[in-house]
Design a protein around this ligand. Structure first.
Ligand SMILES: Nc1ncnc2c1ncn2[C@@H]1O[C@H](COP(=O)(O)OP(=O)(O)OP(=O)(O)O)[C@@H](O)[C@H]1O
Ligand SMILES: [Mg+2]
Length: 606
């Protein structure tokens, strides 16, 4: 993966992870804050409900209390004290008083609990009213009340009055219904509902759910919460996801009667729409921030990549150019300043270092080439002097001998003259030989590339030296790889190089031995190897072998391997040696296939 892509991925990941983390944290905090506020609002509403409830209870209590001293109550008390009371006279009394007192329920009962007059069910006189008893609660309480239209839930108060033996119970109450709920003023986003639970119902009946405002849609969704309170008679809460899309937190409180029976369930609902809207806004903001962050990541990564990768790529290209021999590319890299102010960044510093390094290398190479050239000429002059000194000394001796012989007899002079002339000719021939080898080395021709089959070349060289090998009792082994592709080379020069190696091998095996010629190829190069079983070479000898004039032989010039190396080098190849003293030596020539030269050569040869 490129640096640009990696940077982009890194930046994008950082942005996305940060945005996601911030969104989650902010959402959680918003939810907690909302829940806290919601709990407070619910608690406030419940407290308000309780106050209202108590206030209404007190109102009922007051009115019922007042009724105990009314004239109607007195009349009923007198009537009840009779031995066989007739309550039919009071059929409408309770209803008239209830209307006047704004009570939904009102009943008068005698000390046996028998109803004297009932507002909610006038025909019920003479029946027993369970609440009309001395142990009736002193404070207002919830009660299920039978009416001709069915049961109803009410907030009741019971008071009694007595005169002599007679006792009168006044039981009054208000109905807990939609109208009762409407008297509560709930803050915006909140509402109060009531579930009528009297009559010990099992399960949930939607028609029993009353709300202050419009009827509750999909009331069945509250059923689990209602059942929970029915089972535990304890406060419970739940978040209802209405099908309309609104979320509402509902807290349910049990409303119990005088005997702790569950008569109703008060439900306080608080819309979570504000939180849902807030969460939506947080998410939208996160998406916008994420998108902006991604855009920023793209821009930043491109900028960083441009800042880092482009100069690095330029440096890499310059390094490749330098490796290929184009030193100017290395000099072009960097600012070119030497000891200026410190570079602004690492990349510029790197480019500058590369520039300096290239220039230093170029300087050193120049110096090395010059000193090598000087050393080579010095060595050549030294060798030439040494080589020429050897034949010159016998030449001088012979001529001095000849001059001395002049003083002797003619016959003696003639003898010495013939002898000296032979010596002089031989030494001059020696001198000529030395000079020709030197000039041969100096006039090494440039290769003339042609397709060359290495197997054929190796076989030719072996054939050429066949007689010599036989005479020196050396067995020749040709280990040639099958189907080697031709390479571009100069067949004559290559022949000369391999011949030189074979000659050296023969000279390394004076007692006879085995000479092996091998050929092989890999992807881009052909190899030819010359191995002998001779005396081998020490590591020091291996290091000096290719130095011109390095020889261990009495009549050797030490130019053989130097010429081989020069030929191999002109072909763009390399020569190496592996050897150990006493274990023979192997010289390996590696030659590049030179495909483009091969194609050019094949083109001209077709
Ligand atoms: N196959 C070999 N085994 C052992 N020594 C070798 C072998 N080939 C070369 N040498 C050593 O390397 C030296 C240099 O060899 P090189 O061919 O350059 O010169 P030379 O053989 O001495 O002289 P010339 O080749 O001019 O006759 C030799 O003198 C010899 O000591
Ligand atoms: Mg040699």
């Amino acid at each position: 993966m490129s640096l640009h892509r990696r940077l982009l991925l890194l930046f994008a990941l950082t942005v996305l992870v940060s945005v996601a983390a911030v969104t989650i944290i902010v959402s959680a905090m918003a939810r907690r804050a909302f829940d806290r506020a919601n709990d407070q609002r619910t608690a406030a509403l419940v407290a308000q409900f309780r106050r209202e409830f108590d206030r209404k209870g007190e109102g009922v209590d007051r009115r019922v209390e007042a009724l105990t001293t009314s004239s109607e109550a007195n009349r009923m008390l007198i009537a009840a004290a009779r031995p066989a009371p007739d309550y039919s006279n009071f059929l409408d009394t309770a209803r008239t008083i209830a209307d006047a007192q704004q009570l939904d329920f009102l009943e008068f009962a005698d000390d046996h609990g028998k109803i004297i007059s009932s507002a909610q069910w006038p025909a019920k006189f003479g029946y027993l009213e369970p609440a009309a008893k001395p142990s009736a609660p002193a404070t207002p309480f919830l009660k299920e009340e039978e009416t001709p239209a069915g049961s109803a839930l009410g907030l009741f108060a019971v008071r009694s009055t007595s005169a002599g033996e007679g006792k009168l119970y006044v039981i009054g109450g208000v109905r807990l219904d939609k109208a009762f709920l409407a008297t509560f003023t709930a803050p915006a986003g909140m509402r109060v509902m009531l579930y009528e639970n009297f009559g010990r119902p099992s399960g949930f009946a939607p028609e029993r759910l009353l709300a202050s405002g419009p009827a509750v849609q999909d009331a069945g969704q509250i059923a689990p919460l209602i059942r929970q309170v029915q089972q535990n008679s304890r406060e419970s809460s739940a978040v209802i996801h209405w099908r309309s899309g609104d979320d509402e937190g509902i807290t349910a409180f049990p409303l119990t009667g005088a005997d702790d029976e569950l008569l109703g369930i008060l439900l306080v609902g608080s819309s979570r729409q504000i939180y849902v809207d807030l969460r939506g806004q947080i998410r939208s903001a996160a998406f916008v921030a994420g998108a902006a962050g991604l855009l920023l990541a793209v821009v930043l990564s491109s900028w960083a990549a441009a800042r880092v990768t482009r100069p690095v790529e330029q440096l890499a290209r310059a390094a490749q150019e330098v490796a290929a021999g184009n030193w100017d590319a290395g000099l072009a890299a960097g600012s070119g300043t030497d000891a200026g102010p410190p570079s602004k960044d690492e990349i510029t510093a790197l480019a500058d270092s590369f520039h300096r390094m290239t220039r230093d290398l170029l300087d050193q190479r120049e110096r090395l080439v010059q000193s090598e050239r000087v050393a080579a000429w010095r060595e050549l002059a030294r060798r030439l002097a040494h080589e020429l000194k050897n034949p010159l000394f016998p030449l001088q001796l012979t001529i001095e001998n000849l001059l001395r012989a002049r003083e002797h007899s003619q016959q003696q002079f003639d003898e010495t003259f013939h002898e000296s002339a032979a010596t002089l000719l031989s030494e001059i021939a020696n001198l000529k030989n030395i000079v020709s080898r030197f000039s041969e080395f100096s006039r090494m021709p440039q290769p003339h590339f042609q397709p060359v089959k290495l197997n054929e070349l190796a076989a030719d060289v072996a054939k050429l030296h066949q007689a010599q090998l036989a005479q020196a009792k050396i067995a020749c082994d040709l280990q040639l790889a099958e189907s080697i592709d031709p390479i571009a080379a100069d067949p004559d020069l290559l022949h000369r190089a391999v011949s030189n190696l074979v000659l050296n091998a023969i000279e390394a095996m004076p007692q006879g031995g085995k000479l092996t010629l091998r050929s092989r190829q890999n992807a881009n190069a052909g190899h030819i190897e010359v191995s002998d079983s001779g005396k081998g070479l020490t590591p020091e000898e291996c290091a000096n072998l290719f130095t011109p004039y390095y020889t261990n032989k009495v009549y050797g010039t030490g130019l053989g391997l130097a010429i081989v190396q020069s030929i191999v080098s002109d072909h763009g190849g390399k020569i190496s040696v592996s050897s150990e003293p006493g274990c023979g030596a192997t010289f390996i020539i590696e030659l590049p296939a030179n495909r483009e030269k091969l194609q050019a050569a094949q083109g001209t040869h077709v």
